[in-house]
Ligand binder design. Structure first.
Ligand code: MTE
Length: 317
């Protein structure tokens, strides 16, 4: 008899790697006679359908094994829903991610609002397989579907005063239980805010992600549109964005405001600079047993180290 565990029963260390998942799935499907009938046995645990017809692979892909769809969508940091990583997948089921408007403002030629699907039509997304390294020392490999942010920003004609980009998540306590004040206060100051320097935002690695595994962005991963900055700790990759402003001063990002000695503005992945409460030298890839060394800039040093030539990365953590 096969016992099917609910996600809540599965500890992170038990989350199966893609390879193992595939083997097991193939075994199950083969025994059910599905493979013989020409049925598809997707490698990733997600059916081979696409919400993005004609999606093409973009540059910078890693050839490391992808984290399973199951793990990517059931182990999430999304404090607007819960501080428990198992909860967003459950609590986000009814989240209304469409229709969705993103307001662009600040130092640009003309303030503009775009519907997310309009944006997708105007700026065709690509598949980008990136490593994601969380500040909590775990990591995943995720096939994002994303629009290179620089394409959108350039089309907005930023002025010379646009030195930084400020991003804001939806504020909606009706939909986000984590945003409702409780007896003990809320977990963070809402709305969640993040920021990038303009050259970081314009870097070709930086994405506005609108999906993963060829599907529209799952709610728990930041539907319908979120930032992905693969050389920075995961908290920079802000979810469910409603507002993007080009500004002249460095924005105060949520985690820096919450605990300035622990989380900075830059948050570049850096194995040489520990978090005050834990080491950043190694990380656990979700689905693997042993830890692996963390790479400077999460393995993207060749692409981005040049952005920080004149910056002390120990003080600007
Ligand atoms: N964005 C918002 N709005 N709220 C959050 O709690 N968590 C961050 C980031 N973006 C967070 C957020 C953190 S700490 C990480 S590691 C990533 O989202 C996790 O993204 P994932 O759930 O898609 O893996």
């Amino acid at each position: 008899m096969i016992l099917i565990q609910r996600p809540a029963d599965i500890t992170p260390s038990e989350i199966t790697s893609e390879g193992l998942f595939r083997q097991r799935r193939n075994l199950i499907m083969a025994s059910a006679g599905l493979l013989l009938g020409g049925g598809i046995a997707p490698a990733t645990g997600v059916a081979a359908v696409s919400d993005f017809p004609g999606l093409k692979p973009g540059p910078f892909a890693t050839d490391e094994e992808k984290t399973s769809f199951q793990a990517v969508t059931s182990y999430n940091n999304f404090y607007e829903f819960s501080t428990d990583k198992r909860q967003p997948a459950k609590l986000a089921k009814a989240f209304k991610s469409r229709p969705w408007t993103i307001a662009f403002g600040g130092e640009i030629a003309k303030q503009q609002r775009f519907d997310v699907d309009e944006l997708i039509k105007k700026f065709p997304p690509q598949e980008r397989i990136y490593r994601l390294r969380c500040v909590e020392a775990w990591s995943m490999v995720i096939p994002w579907v994303g629009i290179p942010l620089h394409r959108v920003l350039k089309a907005l004609n930023p002025s010379s005063k646009a030195q930084y980009v400020r991003f804001e998540t939806l504020l909606d306590p009706k939909q986000f239980p984590g945003q409702r004040g409780s007896l003990f206060g809320s977990s963070l100051d809402w709305p969640y805010v993040e920021g990038l320097r303009i050259d970081e935002a314009m870097h070709p690695l930086t994405l506005l992600a609108v999906g993963l595994y060829g599907r529209f962005m799952p709610n728990q991963n930041g539907a319908p549109i979120r930032l992905v900055v693969p050389w920075k700790y995961g908290f920079k990759s802000i979810k469910s964005i409603v507002k993007i402003d080009l500004v002249d001063k460095q924005p105060l990002n949520t985690w820096n405001r919450q605990a300035p000695r622990e989380y900075g503005f830059y948050a570049n992945v850096n194995p040489a600079v520990d978090h005050p409460r834990w080491s950043q030298a190694r990380e656990r890839r979700i689905g693997e047993w042993s830890k692996r060394p963390t790479l400077p800039f999460n393995g993207y040093a060749e692409q981005v180290a040049g952005l920080y030539q004149n910056l002390d990365l120990r003080t600007n953590f």
